[in-house]
Each structure stands twice: as C-alpha cells, then as structure tokens.
Design a protein around this ligand. Structure first.
Ligand code: IVH
Length: 673
C-alpha cells in the first residue's frame, strides 16, 4: 500500500501535470520545458507502476492532451487519437524492442520498424469523404477535438481534394508546423505590432491554428506533414511505409525524406543518430524520432495500452539545455522605439553552439521568470539559435542579484518612455532617438526592403557618428569621399556601394513601403497596398475608408498607414527622398499563367547578370514563387557563384538545380546584354 507521502506526491503530480497540460494545449503558453514536463510525467508513471491502486480514470496518465476549448465546436474522433510513450535513450529503446519481441510477439527475429522525424507542432485530423476535405480537428483530449476545418483549409500544401483513386472515407492524421525562418519573421511582425512574440515554433503553430478568424490563420505560414490514418474505408496497405506512400499519392504532404526503415534495434539507433545529425540543418524543428512497427497487421495485434499504442514510441532527443549565469540585462531599442530586454550570459555551449545572449522578449517575461542580474539559469535552444531562459535556479541565489525595472527613460537617448495599455512593450517616444535611427536605416537597406548590399550596421554607425547621414534619405546624398572615410573602403568597394544605392532608387513601390517601416506594414501588406495604389501620392492621400475597402487590410493597418502619412515629419522625409531621386518603379504585375506559374524557386549564390532580388522579382513576375530556404516544396534551386549550404541541401533533397543561364532561358528572358 502507498504511504501518505506517496499519496500526496501522486495527487501533486496529477494536479501539476493537469495544470501544465492546460497551459500547453489550451493556452499555448507553457511554463516549463518539454524535458521538465517529461520528467514529471515519468515520475507519475513510475509511481503508478509501483502503486497500481493510485491509478484512476482522472489521472493524467490515462488522458491525452487536454479538454477541447469551448470556442470551437467539438468533433469526436471515430478512432481515438492517442499519444506516444517516450523513450529517452538507447537502453530504453532496446527494452521497448525486447518487450515487443518477448512478451507480445514471441518473435525471434528482428522487428521491421519505420523511423520518422518527430515534428514539433500540433496534431490534427482531416476527414476526406469521397476525396473531399469535409472535416478537420485538433486532437483535443484524444476522443473529442476542436473543429478547426476553416483554419486547416488555409494550410499551404494541404489538398482540399485528394488525387484519385481515393477511398470513400479516410481520416488522415498529421502535424501542423511552422518552419524556423517563417517563425522568426512571424515573431518579428508580432513584436513590431506590439503583440507578444511566440515562445517557439510549436506555440506559434498552435496559436495560429486556434484563431477564431480563418483570415488570421491564412496569414500565418503554416505547413503540414501527414503521418497516419484513423478510419480508412477501402483497401489498406500492408505496411506503414506503404501507407505513407499512399498518402503521398493522394496528394498529401508526407515527410518521406525524413523517413527510413530499420530492421531491429541496432538499425533504429543508427537512424536515430542520423536524424540527430541532421537536426540542426533542417528548416523545421524536430524533437526526436517516432519509431513505428512497419507491419500494419502486427500493429493491430499489438493494440494499445491506456493512452498509447504498443507499436510505436517517441524516441526523444536530449534537451538542448545548459546552465549559466546572467551577467547583465541589456536594453535594445528597435526602429519603432520598442525597448526589449536581452540577457547577456556567461558564454556556454549548448549542443555545439556557443550562446552568450538570451532573449527575454518583454517585461512580462522578466516578471514571470523573476530573472535577475547574477542569477544562475537554465537556457534552452528551442527552435532558434538565440535561446530562451527556461528557469531560474533560485536555490543558487546569494541575495546580491539585481532586478531590472521597467525603464523610465530610453537607455540610448534618455527620451520619455511610454507603454500603451494594450501593448506589452514600452517604447521610446523620441523620434530623434539615434538608436531608432540606426535601426530604421538597417531595416531600410535590408535585403527584403531596398536591398542595398554592402551597407552593414558597422558602416551605418560610422556614417551616423560622423554626421554624414541622419536619416534614410541622406543615403542618397553620399558620395565617394563620404565612403572613403569609412574604414576598409577602397575605390572598388565604394564604387559598388554607390551603384547599389543608385539601383535602389528604382525599387518597386512595395519595397519602398516596406522599407519605410510603417507600423504593421510587412512585406505582404506592402505588396497589397502597392497593387491598389500604384502611386505613392495616392496612397498618402487615401483615407481610412478607402484602405478598409481592400479585402486584406484591417483596421490596425489602415490606422497605421493614415497616421504615417499624417505626420509632417514623414511627409518631409518622403519629399526629401523624392528630391534625391527615389522614384519607385511601378509594381510589376504578375503574369497569370506565366512560364513559372506554380513553381517555387530558391536563388542562391552570386548571379552575374542580375542581383538576387532582381532574380526573385523576375520569378514572381512570371507567376512563380521565390522562397528563402530550400525545402521539399522547392521545385528549382538557381545556383550562382559560391553557392553554399542551400546548394548542398538541394542536392540532398534531390531538387533540380539550375545554372543562371538555364534559369534565364526557362524564364524566357534570354540573357540580358
Ligand atoms: S504518430 C499513436 N508520427 O507526437 C500515434 N506522431 O506524442 C501518434 N508527432 O500526437 C502519432 N511527429 O502530435 C506520429 N511522425 C510522427 C509525429 C508525431 C510528431 C506528434 C503528434 C503526436 C505526438 C505524440
């Protein structure tokens, strides 16, 4: 019988795990790391194994996920969506393999497994009836999920109609996720908009899928990989691998590139190691391998136990965590004046990468963690190179640790700091703040804005310090003498830079709009605005109503645009830009059904006939899509001189690689003279 202590500990673990489930599944705001959660869960399982009398239907060990939220209609899962048991190391996997062979299958030979990547996203179910997508839900508590069909319809690459021959009915299961690059961009936009950034790509995916307005979801870069089925009416394949291939033939996105078969535990371990070696180079986050018995008849025979199938396990990677000390907390001022705290850490290695900084996001986060200067902390790299502080080790406190208060004045210029009620970030309200000026310049010249190559932060700081420039328009006044004065700038480099500056005068209007840094106007919104208002003056004169009539423009953007053009300082700046010859080219119209329509290109390396941005614009003009990173969705990689990791990755994925001339021929543009 369990003693009082054990009872209490069990009750505590149940309550605590329930609380963390709610935070994770319903609120998308976890307080502890996955590793900490796993260790609580394991303790609960161990306790229940030793004291079966403690187990009840209410124990989190008998439940999957969390109760569905009420804002979405409930959708029952015809076949329950189970969860996976975790194994942490080779020994535990070998035990799992042994128990399958010994206890359940009495099989002497090796078991054939399939090793898949364990994507870190949100599990969903999609029902296709007569080939048409008719239902879509979250996992919920495993028995009932939330109806998020309209949101799922917006996920890139998810077919609304299967390719025949399809079965009469199939429930497809998969993981919705966000790629790392897209996650960073999304968070940048969140921060610009004064909304709380997402803690990691998983939270971003979950938060985006649970939007009440599908338009919001549509604007989020969600993707999906399918990895299984619930109901399947029609012929079933014999193995899991064949099932995956079948899903792909129906037109569903399947991560076959991240999937391998393995016979016996030793081969599974080798697969696991290979996945771990690939982890850092993947465009999305994975947190382990999922190992499944390949033979579907064997899977049926094995069945399930409580909340998990017996035929599969999650073979998790060790957490990318390390312990270090917060040496200082710095304050960064962004181009909109937003002041964000950054922890400067005693440098520490976390799975091969030295980290010296951690983002603290905002003051809510500092308050929640109660992190102070001098604190010993656990840092974790989750989906980004800049790690998060996941925990403060308060037991190491000496009493000399210092809190960081909300700044009353801007750390860069001493200007007044204001915090709007509906925002989590304080902002410097001084429009002349030099830190803001620098960040505005950096944004203006950046690749997706005016794309002025050769003007990095260092050069901009020097130009500002020497008062050669004050604002973005001054860039167009620079001459070679100004540039020679910069360290390490010879005639050739200065000439190139002046050319790059000159070329930017004629960038399309959408780029200029994005480059100006109007609040809430990201690249996508800038394109929409430029399409509707091909002349800057017309946009500047547009009122709220006119802007609101554009289908994709909401109230926030409309207000921000009107406010921007109502500010006399901005009008002066625009006039100054104009006087210095900045005359945006009309927005190139996309050729419907153009020669590249439906194709995704990634341009890498140095091209000889045009810049990368121009090549990307060409792709888009001809109906194609220009992406920043190589994935299985890439149709062609265009490789210029000195192409590096993207070329390697494209080769790895078997993506077609084009030289510059081939690309130009394909574009039907010929080689410009
Ligand atoms: S199979 C019963 N395959 O991991 C089979 N799951 O803890 C369950 N996941 O709920 C799913 N990648 O959200 C499977 N390749 C993969 C997966 C995967 C990620 C997630 C999924 C599931 C959780 C299990």
């Amino acid at each position: 019988m369990a003693d009082l202590f054990t009872y209490q500990r069990h009750a505590f673990l149940c309550a605590e795990i329930d609380r963390h489930n709610r935070l994770y599944y319903e609120l998308d705001a976890p307080e502890i790391s996955d590793a900490e959660y796993d260790s609580l869960f394991r303790e609960l399982l161990d306790l229940e194994a030793a004291h079966p009398e403690l187990v009840s239907a209410a124990s989190p060990s008998r439940k999957v996920g969390s109760k569905p939220q009420e804002k979405f209609a409930p959708v029952p899962h015809a076949v329950p969506m189970l969860s996976l048991r975790n194994v942490k190391n080779a020994q535990e996997f070998e035990e799992f393999d042994r128990s399958l062979r010994g206890t359940f299958l009495a099989q002497a030979g090796d078991i054939d497994y399939v090793c898949e990547m364990k994507l870190d996203g949100l599990a969903v179910e999609l029902t296709y009836r007569d080939g048409r997508l008719v239902a879509g839900s979250t996992r919920g508590d495993g028995f009932t999920g939330e109806n998020i069909l309209d949101n799922l319809r917006t996920v890139a690459g998810l077919p609304h109609q299967l390719t025949p021959p399809y079965p009469r009915l199939v429930d497809v299961r998969g993981e919705v996720y966000i790629e790392l690059a897209a996650f960073r961009t999304l968070n940048r936009h969140q921060e610009e908009a004064g909304t709380r950034p997402f803690a990691n790509p998983r939270n971003a995916a979950a938060g985006s899928l649970r939007q009440l307005d599908p338009k919001v979801t549509a604007g989020r870069p969600l993707r999906i990989f399918c990895y299984g089925v619930g109901r399947l009416e029609g012929a079933s394949p014999a193995t899991h691998l064949e099932l995956l291939k079948q899903l792909q033939q129906w037109g569903l996105p399947v991560n076959l590139d991240g999937t391998a078969t393995a016979s016996g535990a030793a081969e599974v371990l080798a697969c696991y190691e290979r996945l771990q070696a690939r982890r850092e180079a993947l465009p999305f986050e994975i947190d382990g391998a999922v190992v499944k018995v390949n033979d579907l008849a064997l899977q049926r025979e094995l069945g399930e136990v409580s909340r998990s199938p017996r035929w599969a396990v999650a073979f998790k990677f060790p957490p990318r965590q390390a312990q270090t000390v917060v040496e200082a907390i710095g304050l960064q001022v962004g181009r909109t004046g937003a002041i964000t705290p950054v922890a400067h850490l005693r440098p520490v290695e976390v799975s091969g990468v030295t980290v010296a900084r951690a983002s603290l996001h905002n003051w809510d986060e500092i308050g929640r963690l109660d992190v102070r200067i001098g604190d010993h902390v656990i840092v974790e790299r989750a989906g980004d190179v800049i790690p998060d502080i996941v925990k403060v080790l308060t037991e190491h406190r000496s009493g000399r640790e210092q809190r960081v208060p909300l700044p009353e004045s801007c750390p860069e210029c001493g200007g007044r700091v204001r915090k709007a009620e509906d925002e989590v970030v304080p902002r410097c309200s001084n429009a002349q703040c030099p830190a803001q000026a620098l960040q505005r310049l950096r944004h203006f010249v950046s690749r997706h804005a005016m794309d002025i190559e050769g003007l990095g932060e260092k050069q901009l700081v020097q130009l500002l310090d020497r008062q050669r420039i004050e604002d973005i328009a001054d860039l167009y006044r620079l001459d070679s003498d100004d540039l020679f004065a910069l360290g390490r700038m010879g005639e050739v480099l200065a000439g190139k830079l002046l050319q790059a500056i000159d070329a930017s005068r004629k960038r399309p209007l959408s780029r200029l709009l994005f480059a100006l840094g109007i609040r809430h106007v990201g690249e996508h919104t800038a394109k929409i605005l430029a399409k509707r208002f091909p002349a800057l003056d017309d946009l500047a004169r547009a009122d709220r109503e006119q802007l609101r009539q554009i289908p994709e423009i909401g109230e926030k953007v409309a207000d921000a645009v009107v406010d921007y053009f109502a500010d006399p300082a901005n009008l002066l700046l625009l006039d100054k830009l104009r006087r210095h010859g900045v005359a945006p080219a009309p927005e190139a119209t996309v050729q419907q059904g153009g020669p590249l329509s439906g194709l995704t290109f990634v341009i890498t390396g140095t091209l000889s006939h045009m810049g990368r941005s121009e090549a990307e614009a060409l792709v888009e003009r001809l109906g194609g899509r220009a992406a920043g990173s190589v994935s299985r969705k890439t149709d062609y990689l265009v490789a210029g001189e000195n192409a590096g990791s993207k070329l390697e990755r494209a080769r790895e994925l078997g993506i077609r690689i084009l030289g510059e001339e081939e690309f130009l021929q394909m574009a039907g543009a010929g080689v410009p003279s």
